[in-house]
Design a protein around this ligand. Structure first.
Ligand SMILES: [Zn+2]
Length: 402
């Protein structure tokens, strides 16, 4: 009901069509999804969640239904609750716990050609940061694997990680793993990554930052307790800096035989659920009779940049769902006695008005000129929208001129 009001669609708009144009999930599915999200978020909040104790065991008893749902979710994801990346036990408040370089150095400029970035990088390493232990990390996501890799001049690692993880999570996990595996005790560490967004997130750490960033901050703090200085440096991707090239190559050449790190980010689970939920809306529309008769409909939100006001919103929403008031539509619901066009003696529906009715031939030629498109090529509104890729500004003009 709220969606109908918001979109200005009449009450007889079919639910499936309404959900599709609103880009919304079926409500019962949404409620289930939000409940699942809540439980998984509590897991990710770890010891800071009111419903889990120190050992991540529920400190309150979940009702049977929730318990089963949570168990099913975790099984579906092919993981276990212990592998969801949680807040570290001690939360780090934002402070200068490490140095993060995003744009301080001359080589940190994507506009430079690759060979120049490489030369400038080598110059900086030679002049300013020679006494650091250098580590480079990278992540890769392909059709078959999501992987992370790290190298130093002493060691390296490659792991597969859970495919649900985003590239952002993977890049952050790679740095976490490098701190664990590739650090040397008596030297300061210089970590190279091509993930600007991870470093940016770390720099702006707040309680709302992704859990994996908190995890990374926690790992850095541990090193700091060993009196090691840690610097994180952004390097432009694919810039021939040999450290990054090597890490990149290692991450990409991952195979089934590489060990699996089972960490999984709560944020990525959630965004996956949202995607699946919207896909369900799309599928039920595609499998309905409406897809056949009215063709695909974009979500209203995707069109709003081209719409100026609520009046336009409503016209377009009604037009796309074929719910614009016409004699034929009113007749269908018993509200009008003559469904036929008095001039052409055809069904007086919106398709007839826009594409065929002789009464509107002048309006139609204006529309053709505006769209630079021949309406006679269209046998139906479905074809019209498809061929003009939903160019709605022209069609709005048609209505305002009527
Ligand atoms: Zn007519």
């Amino acid at each position: 009901m709220a969606l109908r009001v918001a979109l200005g669609l009449p009450k007889w708009t079919p639910n499936i069509v309404l959900m599709k144009i609103a880009g919304q999930e079926v409500l019962s599915e949404k409620i289930k999804r939000l409940a699942a999200q809540f439980l998984i978020r509590q897991l990710a909040n770890g010891v800071h969640s009111p419903i889990y104790d120190q050992n991540c065991k529920p400190s309150i008893k979940l009702i049977k239904r929730d318990e089963v749902m949570l168990a099913n979710l975790v099984t579906e994801l092919d993981t276990s609750t212990d592998h969801i990346i949680a807040f570290p036990d001690t939360l780090i408040s934002r402070s200068n716990f490490c140095e993060i370089f995003l744009s301080n150095f001359s080589f940190q400029n994507k506009a430079h050609p690759a060979f120049l970035i490489k030369d400038l990088f080598e110059e900086v390493v030679y002049k300013e940061i020679q006494d650091y232990h250098i580590i480079a990390t990278d992540a890769s996501k392909s059709h078959s694997f999501t992987s992370i890799a790290g190298i130093s001049n002493l060691q390296s690692f490659v792991y597969r990680i859970h495919p649900i993880n985003s590239i952002f999570t993977a890049e952050a996990l790679a740095i976490c793993q490098a701190l664990d595996e590739l650090s040397v005790i008596d030297k300061n560490l210089l970590l190279l990554t091509d993930s600007y967004s991870v470093l940016q997130a770390l720099k702006c750490l707040t309680i709302k930052s992704p859990k994996v960033i908190h995890r990374l901050a926690g790992k850095i703090l541990v090193r700091k307790n060993f009196h090691q200085k840690i610097s994180l440096v952004w390097t432009p991707g694919h810039s021939l800096i040999h450290w990054n090239e090597k890490a990149d190559l290692r991450a990409k050449t991952v195979t089934e035989s590489h060990p699996l790190l089972e960490w999984i980010a709560y944020e990525d689970i959630i965004s996956r659920y949202q995607t699946i939920s919207l896909q369900n809306t799309n599928h039920s529309f595609q499998n309905s009779k409406y897809q056949e008769s009215i063709g695909d409909i974009p979500a209203m939100l995707a069109l709003t940049p081209w719409l100026k006001n609520r009046r336009e919103d409503i016209i377009i929403a009604r037009l796309l769902t074929r719910m614009i008031i016409t004699p034929a539509l009113l007749h269908r619901f018993g509200l009008y006695n003559n469904p036929r066009c008095q001039i052409c003696n055809r069904d007086n529906n919106i398709e007839h008005i826009i594409l065929f009715c002789s009464k509107y031939s002048n309006h139609r030629s204006i529309l053709c000129a505006k769209l630079n498109f021949d309406l006679q090529l269209c046998s139906s509104l479905k074809v019209f929208f498809f061929k003009t890729s939903f160019q709605i500004s022209g069609i709005l003009g048609f209505f305002f001129n009527l």
